[in-house]
Design a protein around this ligand. Sequence first.
Ligand code: XBP
Ligand code: MG
Length: 238
Amino acid sequence: MTLRAIIFDVDGTLAETEEAHRHAFNEAFRDAGLDWRWDRDLYAELLAVAGGRERLRHYIARHRPDANLQESDIARLHHAKTAIYQGFITEGRIELRPGVEQILRTARKGGLRLAIATTTTRGNVLGLLAATLGTDSARWFEVIGAGEDSPAKKPDPGVYRHVVAALDMAPFDCLAIEDSAIGLAAASGAGIPTLVAPSVYTRGETFTGAAAVVEDLAAVTLADLRRWHAAATRPVTA
Ligand code: XBP
Ligand code: MG
């Protein structure tokens, strides 16, 4: 049970992206001639459903039951939202959270393997990495598990199981870094010890079962990660 790999969540963990996602949804609604507008309170509620397309479907069922939209309309709306969101990223509107770049670089130097497990669209991850860490940075991650790789979204452990299998590693030799309770549930469900650094939208959540909870990664060292991982995976002795 040695720490060999770190698996990063994206939205809320690598960067505070959810406001950009929210604005992108609102622009897509406006462009489609819909008078829907997601404010912060509503979005906080909707974040219980991971995955943008799933979130849209849930919103329509719960708040717009009379909207006559087919699955193809939802796909089109989500596609438009994704293009708008990626525009925000290339404009450089999103930066990494404190400490993220430093932990990625020290982990690489320290010989740890890196991976990503997210519910968001793959293109969003690649765009974010390119805009913040440079065009080559996607190569730092041996596996990028994205929304397209797991039909069931977090809290389902599917995407983490996919990543661990692709890494060909035991889950307890990895450490996940997450920002939300549903992300923690997904990683834990796959048997992966998890460090939580809550984001603006998840600060009020409870993180029972986390290996540790920190405000952000600014002061976190590789030694801290190894210590939290070891404590989380230590067998219980009588
Ligand atoms: C958080 C999410 C994402 C985004 C929307 O993902 O729920 O779905 O809000 O992304 P993470 P898409 O697992 O990285 O925290 O619209 O591309 O699905
Ligand atoms: Mg997240």
